[in-house]
Design a protein around this ligand. Structure first.
Ligand SMILES: [Zn+2]
Length: 134
């Protein structure tokens, strides 16, 4: 298995691109923002007033690792629909499936947090002797 690589580009300030390996196209070794063959797509996105790059980078950082493939699929669909490789209807289907995956994930997360709160509550109700604050 190939080691996932970070984007090989360098930012304007000289630091390496922070795009995670999941956002990097294995064929080019660059993230979408730095891929030379995405130049036209980026120009089009900018022309459309998109702040997609920064938003995508932020979203990627906030995302739990097992949800990254979902984001990667959405980005791939975005790229493919732009290039004409897939039909807009296919991209819509991918987007709604990704939305469904996120909802299931969120429900699971909520469940987990409620369970943790309940557990914490049970501990707070019966503190161990000598450990309570006065
Ligand atoms: Zn990059």
């Amino acid at each position: 298995m190939d080691e996932p690589r970070h984007c090989s580009a360098t930012r304007r300030d000289g630091s390496p691109c922070a795009a995670p390996p999941s956002a990097v196209d294995a064929a080019t070794g660059f993230c979408w923002a730095h891929s030379p063959d995405k130049r036209e797509a980026r120009r089009a996105a900018r022309a459309k007033g998109g702040r997609g790059k920064a938003t995508a980078a932020r979203a990627e950082k906030l995302l739990p690792s097992h949800m990254r493939p979902v984001l990667a699929a959405v980005f791939a669909a975005l790229r493919d629909v732009r290039s004409g490789a897939i039909a807009p209807a296919q991209a819509s289907a991918i987007a709604s499936l990704a939305g469904a995956a996120v909802k299931v994930y969120q429900a699971g997360l909520l469940e987990e947090r409620i369970a943790a709160l309940e557990q914490a509550g049970a501990v707070a109700i019966a503190p161990q002797e000598g450990q309570g604050r006065t």
